[in-house]
Design a protein around this ligand. Sequence first.
Ligand code: NDP
Length: 450
Amino acid sequence: MADYDYDLFVIGAGSGGVRAARMAGGFGARVGIAEDRYIGGTCVNVGCIPKKLFVYAAHFAEEFRDAAGYGWQLGGADFNWNTLLNNKNNEIKRLNEIYANLLKRNNVVIYDGRAVVTGPHSVRVNGKDLSAERILVATGGWPQIPDIPGREHIISSNEAFFIETLPQRVVIVGGGYIAVEFAGIFHGLGVDTTLVYRGDLFLRGFDAELREFLAEQLRAQGIKLLFNTRIDRIAQHNGHYQAHSPEAGALPADLVLYATGRHPRTHGLGLETAGVALNDKGAIIVDADYRSSAPSIYAIGDVTDRMNLTPVATAEGMALAHNLFNRQSRRVDYRDIATCIFSQPNLGTVGLTEAQARRDYKQVDVYKSCFTPLKHTLTGNPGKTLMKLVVDRDSDRVLGVHMVGPDAGEIIQGLAIALKAGASKATFDATIGIHPTAAEEFVTMREPVG
Ligand code: NDP
């Protein structure tokens, strides 16, 4: 048997790579990991975690306004961007250390540098050649910005987490998770916010009714949503920018943020030298056990462009470590994965949309509840909540649970377990609610609306 430096060499210390590496190390494998940017990857450094901290920061604005109805007179609230930025950066630094320690505690050797595959069993990192019985590519994704005139004036979410001053006006291009979440963040922090989306309604792929409802909620708060609108160039104008649109004219901005999707990070990794096949988007093609077309090379997470969510990458990392080093055959179940857009209010969802259910099932019942949250009965806040259950009439099984409203992420996470367990509508009905909560509406909807 060939004598390799490592049993597993992981390229990329993001959510998936770190989980696979530390579990493999924990199972006794000799593991190395290389990271050229930041330990913890996108989620910890320029994604989920700092994003959620920013969402909390932005949400205080609404809380302060709402407080008046409950008798609180707060005076002028003063927001300091630098304080938020510094506190966020310190917290991320703390998390970077925790991630590094987790790896070290499981005997994983960390290489601070960019690794390139040089063959089916070899990598080069920081000028050093290393061999490994297996290589795991977990390099994630990278923001994709169209190449339009003025491209140099555009930032992506990577930079948005470090801007030095908060702009007065922002133009955000895109209609996916990141665009919608940042629209809420900037708006909450007092920035004049315009979101520009090329299609007729943002958040393609989510339940149509929820998309419409969220659009109404955001517009009512004062976020400008321009749909069916393209941007064809960005010009600099008196120290500011103008995003030029054939449909909307010149949109003034102090910051132009593009959130137009992320592409798998496979370029320049040397994958071709080992015969790793990529799809037309540059994602590594893997089988059900994360093995690429090169049998010694595996890939998990966003670089495979399957379901680009942190918990999916970590689940894949765990499954792989068990498969390779713990003699347990594990596979991730990709059905009914809950997800949430941390807009304000949140859009949380699990299972099939109404349209998907109507396509796949003969008879579908839809239950809905749209209401003013109890909290807002005293605040005057016009925000409303929408909840929706999609049910297969034949089996009575709940196929989809959807919500736009405060804490939808927290609520849908709980209901995702019910869906995963195959809960029927009768089980929802038999569940006694917690009163008064918003979530109890999910167990008190009795009459189908369609
Ligand atoms: P998404 O894929 O979610 O959305 C991309 C958006 O950009 C779509 O609205 C798309 O439009 C639009 N777009 C794509 N290309 C262009 C173009 N050339 N010009 C104009 N618009 C364009 O990507 P995001 O960047 O928002 O997020 C990346 C991924 O990160 C997500 O898919 C998600 O998996 C993950 N993520 C998850 C979060 C969470 O779980 N809360 C938070 C943030 C990110 P169209 O619909 O017409 O194709």
